[in-house]
Design a protein around this ligand. Sequence first.
Ligand code: GDP
Ligand code: MG
Length: 375
Amino acid sequence: EVGMNAQDLGKILHREPAEIVKKLFMLGIMTNQNQSLDKDTIELLAADYGIEAVEKVHEDISDIDNIFAQEMEASKNSDNQVVRPPVVTIMGHVDHGKTTLLDRLRHTRVSEHEAGGITQNIGAYQVRINDRLITFLDTPGHAAFSSMRARGAEITDIVVLIVAADDGVMPQTIEAIDHAKSAGVPIIVAINKMDRPGANPAHVTEQLMQYELIPEAYGGSTIFVNISAKTGMGIDELLENIILEADMLELKADPKQKAIGTVVEARLSRGKGPVADVLIQQGTLRVGDPIVVGDTFGRVRTMTNDKGHQVKKATPAMPVEITGLNDVPESADKLVVFDDEKTARAVGEARAQQSLQKQRENTQHVTLDNLFDTM
Ligand code: GDP
Ligand code: MG
């Protein structure tokens, strides 16, 4: 094991530590009994004793953040990458039209393109424009965006910044710009309420240029679209521009690798038990897959898409509601797939144990602090 010293090796090889140090000296390596040795030195010494040293790799399989990161990295070098839909969050000042726009988009989707589908609220949904899909996260606003980010979940590819044409840049508009910028997520500006008599998009554009959001007409590269979430004006143009932006970002994923995803929302359903709305980010999740989600585990029992239809598999950027978990996970929790249910259970149980332990420690600290406070 890397990091062992002459004393440790002496124990393993049933030799005096001094003998090990001497041996190493003969091999041209100066060390003492306590100095930790590198891999090459250990191998050299072992070979001298006629033993083959095998490096034991300590990989903590309960570290699902690490597994997630590895799968993310693996996709970059994969030959199986395909274009995936962009994941979009709508942000903007209160009353500038976030909810109205999300409703309009969902309605557009159902009435015009996917007739017959029953919309299901699963924290995210997909809209089709021409032959392309766009995934919208259903929780607008900054709190959702920053709490996901704070927990290491960066699932948004594009921010649509909605600004009311009759109100202009307001405090939360600036806050949204700051959030998107610090996350490195590109912004598309949607100037909303264009149907209102007081609409002044030129003024709004001028204001936004002070925040480095500069339209092409002024030599910048930010996309500006005039819309009315109420009448539907400009909505198709907005969708087309989201696709354009997504193409520039070259968003890709490998649907062939092991699935990873992030919980958007989770709850306990009376009929279905624990339910998690998950956004798949790499790979393909299938019914029956053994999974760990945050500190919970299980096997995917059912998957339901945003139209309320049962599906057997879910591909990158697709939001699905899954059942089959032993407990309710939290939003921003990560999902990873394991080879067998036994491992998934062991990892899930270990993680639940660890987080319980952490909670207890925190409670103890609080109690101690309180104690000192009252003394
Ligand atoms: P949010 O706080 O950003 O989610 O804003 P809402 O979607 O709740 O919209 C606030 C108000 O503005 C509501 O009364 C909407 O009906 C109205 N509204 C939203 N979009 C438009 C629009 O394009 N035109 C007009 N005239 N009103 C709109
Ligand atoms: Mg709202």
